[in-house]
Design a protein around this ligand. Structure first.
Ligand code: FCB
Length: 459
């Protein structure tokens, strides 16, 4: 096998999420989600936009499947909009909403593309938020009902399930930092929410196993390598603490059935657990600690942590910009492929998951069509090649990395950044809905077809 070849059977995919691409926000019985509400508040979305239409994927999914087919990708990771399926969070199932995913899944299968469904990619039905959202334990029960309805309908054809996407973002960015829906600023809320997210994950896994026999089930986490800004003891301690919040707080309950004690102590010390861990009930952690078939890794950059930025109070920035980055993407995120190799190796060493998949990796660059209509996004090409090289390094080091999903198929609604950040390997003109495969899309297609980086490796 040549140095640049991926293992046989390596899964090559692209990823999206429902809220970011579907549009059709009030069609066929869809209810409002917390992101509709968040985007409607003045000043919260950078360009003042909303996702009411987005990529209009709800109506254009067949064309988008055609694009994937032309790229030659073998798998498509998409999410299922809870407010489309259970418009008010619990109660009656909206068959018209399920029909859409039925059509999507059948379309994918007939194009030879394996569907990978994420159940929660941040679009909680607003009706549940009105009752307290993820800070309420009953939301975990509602999630089980939703997952049950989805997997009864699709479980014969969808054989890959991801329960949650990035529960750290949902809990911390949504409830402590206020940077995402529902936009709250309370660490105690964030920690309660994180537990209910994990509990709902643990409870949904057996439901999926029952309704979708033989399927492979995992969860996607935004793991990042947390590096001390200097070798000083204080910075190293800060990096370990941030790693605890970001990574171990989720990985330890899933793999070992316990929250990391040093992180509990830290949260208590800085006043984030005013009533201790009273939201964890007997038996919860046994439910969370359920065997999985894979862990999904979303990786964009590393976290550099300095002790002075670790707060003794809430809502202080805890990470600092990387010193002397070689390159930043449009998000201001450092291009740091080695962090992906290290994150994968660390996950394998500390948690020994059965398999790992990179379920998101990609970069925001605004490059648009030139005078000849082609989109020459050379920076994204370099980013993808470098990060695929990082995947190969991890595989060589013995990591059971079985696939890679590029974020994203399409330019889309990038949450609080609206349409101002473009992650697609396909350009989308949001006025006309025209799609143009970018140079990175053509490059990815060659890599996918060859199952190798050969001739496409960054210099
Ligand atoms: C991840 C999200 C995804 C997208 C990328 C850029 O955190 O899962 O929806 O926004 O970042």
């Amino acid at each position: 096998m040549s140095r640049d070849a991926f293992p046989r059977g390596f899964v090559w995919g692209v990823a999206t999420s429902a809220f970011q691409i579907e549009g059709a926000h009030d069609i066929d019985g869809r209810g409002p989600s917390i992101w509709d509400r968040y985007a409607a508040q003045p000043g919260l979305i950078e360009d003042g936009s909303n996702a009411n239409v987005a990529c209009d994927h709800y109506h254009r999914y067949q064309g988008d499947i055609g694009l994937m087919k032309s790229l030659g990708v073998g798998a498509y990771r998409f999410s299922i909009a809870w407010p489309r399926v259970v418009p008010f969070g619990r109660g009656p199932v909206n068959e018209a909403g399920l029909d859409f995913y039925d059509r999507l899944v059948d379309g994918l299968l007939s194009a030879g593309i394996t569907p990978w469904s994420t159940l929660y990619h941040w679009d909680l039905p607003q009706a549940l938020q009105d009752e307290g959202g993820w800070t309420r334990r009953s939301t975990a029960d509602a999630f089980v009902e939703f997952a049950d309805a989805v997997s009864i309908r699709l479980g014969d054809r969808v054989q890959h399930w991801i329960t949650h996407n990035e529960p750290w973002c949902v809990s911390v960015l949504g409830h402590a930092d206020g940077k995402q829906a529902p936009g709250h600023r309370s660490w105690p809320e964030a920690l309660v929410a994180s537990h209910h997210l994990l509990l709902s994950h643990g409870r949904v896994v057996p439901v999926l196993r029952c309704n979708s026999p033989g399927s492979r089930i995992g969860i996607t986490l935004n793991t990042a390598e947390c590096e001390p800004a200097s070798p000083s003891d204080a910075d190293r301690a800060a990096a370990r603490q941030f790693d605890g919040e970001l990574n171990r707080w989720f990985l330890d309950p899933i793999h070992f059935g316990r929250y990391p004690s040093d992180v509990i102590e830290y949260h208590e010390r800085v006043g984030r657990l005013p009533r201790g861990m009273d939201f964890v009930r007997p038996g919860d952690l046994e439910e969370v600690h359920t065997p999985l078939d894979f862990i999904g890794v979303n990786y964009y950059s590393r976290a550099v942590v300095r002790s002075s930025t670790v707060p003794e109070a809430d809502n202080e920035p805890r990470t600092i910009p990387a010193p002397d980055p070689i390159e930043l993407t449009d998000m201001g995120w450092e291009v740091y492929p080695n962090g992906l190799t290290r994150a994968l190796i660390r996950l394998n060493t500390d948690y020994a998951p059965s398999a790992l998949f990179v379920t998101e990796n990609g970069a925001a660059y605004s490059t648009g069509p030139g005078s000849d209509g082609s989109v020459e996004d050379t920076e994204r090409c370099a980013y993808v090649k470098q990060h695929l090289g990082a995947c190969l390094e991890a595989i060589r080091a013995g990591v059971p990395l079985h696939g890679y999903f590029l974020w994203s198929l399409l330019d889309n609604f990038e949450w609080a950044f609206g349409f101002s950040k473009r992650f697609g390997i396909v350009w989308v003109d949001f006025e006309t809905q025209e799609r143009i495969i970018k140079a990175s899309g053509h490059m990815y297609s060659r890599i996918v077809r060859r199952n190798s980086l050969a001739e496409d490796r960054a210099a």
